[in-house]
Design a protein around this ligand. Structure first.
Ligand SMILES: [Zn+2]
Length: 529
């Protein structure tokens, strides 16, 4: 998808030339706005689990993010300006951006000062002139500020924008990129990005995508990056500090580069090089890697999870220091697999997160099985045994966390990113492969990442596509597996049984998962038994 509907607005004219990709999203929930009478855009995009996440009434097309890091102190706050090019989906008298950072300087819409106020995590903007329906517009939020926090793996909010002894970095999934910069912070509304960092010379600035220029002006250096393929805001990576970029040449047309704290280069130079094999392994199964660059950023911080920030998967050092290769190697594959399942094809709503985690877990576990790492990675000797164990726990998982495609709630992020979307999600794919056969299953996987590349898609889309590609009517079969409160029969395994749900078993399961703590962005071994 390439958009060349390039409007000419003052500021817009400068930015329009950088708009690379165009995607569209329908209007959000709430009382349907009269299409032509300007009315306020909704404060939420309509996600059941995060009702105020994202916003209605427009479709972001491109973000230009300019950030100034005044000093080289890792815990320093940033001063930024973001320019969003968007297209309205209704006539707008007012619209919201999501923002939970420290402060906002001023706001302009189409070059004119706009009134703004902050309500909770909403930045409510009233432009000087209403915006017509299907009109392109440019909103610029100037001199917003945000401050990184000391990361603590048990308090997820502290990992959105965090500092380490080497610098700072970000982890915005699922709902916290707007702790750093104003945006329409939901994966249903993806956009292309350009980044400009103004940092002290000697500091390294890193963002998603490709470096386009690095210029020194005395004691300051300006770094520029572009992320052409659409990206969900939750996958943004902004890292500044004493980092070293390890360039590893290319795999085909994919540029491979890693980012590690300069003082730890010797420890990670060889360790991370397995990515090249991972890229070949995944491309062999699901087709071409969807972006221009890939790599890993390692940070010295107790995050407790790994995260698929687009083109640069984020790991904390504990993965490599506390776990054997049999865990971190497959988890690296997991984060790479997300680049097809979650980054290129983003979830339409967070209830569809199993499409991310079920797929990434499926390829992680299949890879671990093939490499002889499964015992370390998931606690079972082979994939079939693991799937049978997950199957046995099926009803307990659904009772404790909700159906695979309908997490019960979002009180904690781990209620959404729960073991049933990982293991249960992988089990749904195992059942699908049992039902349609391996060849048809592979065709479904390839068609999914091809048809929805650069877009956002739902479980309904997946069920429809699986039926079309396999030539089987799979609606009833997959609806039972994804949304059922009990575990359906496993095709080809009439002998497999599901453990009964008893208060004891529920307590045991929730204790088992809770005690392991949050690491579910990458699958740390959950002992289901
Ligand atoms: Zn994951």
């Amino acid at each position: 998808m390439t958009g060349n509907h390039q409007p000419r607005f003052g500021v817009g004219a400068v930015i329009a030339t950088t708009v690379f990709a165009l995607v569209s999203v329908p209007a959000a929930v709430g009382a349907p706005a009269h299409p032509h009478h300007p009315s306020p855009g909704a404060a939420g995009i309509g996600d059941r689990l995060y009702p105020t996440l994202g916003n209605g009434g427009y479709d972001a097309k491109h973000y230009d993010l300019r950030l100034r890091y005044a000093t080289s102190a890792p815990m320093q706050g940033i001063d930024g300006t973001v320019t969003m090019v968007a297209r309205s989906t209704q006539a707008l008298s007012r619209f919201d951006l999501d923002f939970a950072g420290a402060s906002v300087g001023s706001v302009q819409v189409n070059g004119h000062s706009a009134f703004f106020r902050r309500t909770g995590e909403e930045l409510v903007i009233t432009p000087a002139h209403p915006i017509r329906r299907r009109q392109w517009f440019v909103v610029q939020v100037r001199h917003f500020t945000a401050k990184p926090t000391k990361p603590n793996g048990d308090d997820f909010a502290t990992t959105a924008f965090f500092y380490t002894r080497d610098g700072s970095a970000t982890a915005g999934q699922p709902n916290q990129s707007h702790y750093v910069f104003p945006s329409n912070d939901h994966p249903r509304d993806k956009a292309s990005f350009s980044f400009r960092f103004d940092v002290p010379t000697g500091e390294t600035a890193i963002a998603n995508g490709l470096l386009t220029s690095k210029r020194r002006y005395g004691s300051r250096t300006i770094w520029r990056y572009v992320q052409r393929q659409p990206m969900a805001t939750e996958l943004t990576q902004l890292a500044v500090g004493r980092y070293t970029v390890i360039r590893r040449g290319s795999v085909g047309r994919i540029r491979v580069r890693d980012v590690v704290p300069t003082r730890l280069v010797a420890d990670y130079r060889n360790t991370l090089s397995v990515e090249r094999q991972h890229l070949r392994w995944m491309q062999h199964r699901v087709g071409a890697y969807p972006f221009a660059s890939y790599g890993t950023i390692v940070v010295y911080a107790p995050l407790g999870f790994a995260l698929e920030t687009q083109t640069l998967s984020l790991f904390d050092t504990t993965w490599f220091t506390s776990y054997p290769r049999g865990v971190w190697d497959p988890v690296m594959l997991h984060e790479l697999a997300h680049h097809w399942f979650g980054d290129s094809v983003a979830p339409w709503s967070w209830s569809d997160v199993w499409l991310n985690e079920g797929h990434a877990s499926w390829y992680e576990l299949t890879y671990a099985d093939q490499k002889g790492y499964l015992q370390d990675d998931a606690g079972d000797p082979d994939l079939e045994t693991l799937m049978r164990d997950v199957y046995a726990a099926g009803d307990r998982l659904r009772a404790d966390f909700g159906p695979v495609g309908r997490p019960l709630d979002s009180t904690s992020v781990w209620d959404v990113f729960n073991p049933n979307v990982y293991y249960g999600g992988a089990l749904v794919l195992f059942a699908l492969r049992q039902q349609v056969g391996d060849a048809a299953f592979q065709r479904i996987e390839r068609a999914w990442v091809h048809r929805y590349a650069g877009r956002s898609a739902s479980t309904v889309d997946f069920i429809r596509l699986a039926s079309q590609v396999s030539g089987q009517q799979l609606h009833r079969f997959l609806t039972r597996w994804v949304y059922g409160t009990t575990t359906p029969p496993m095709p080809g395994h009439p002998d497999w049984t599901v453990d009964p749900v008893t208060p004891g078993s529920l307590a045991a399961l929730s204790h088992a998962t809770q005690s392991l703590g949050p690491s579910t962005m990458g699958l740390r071994p959950f002992r289901l038994r």
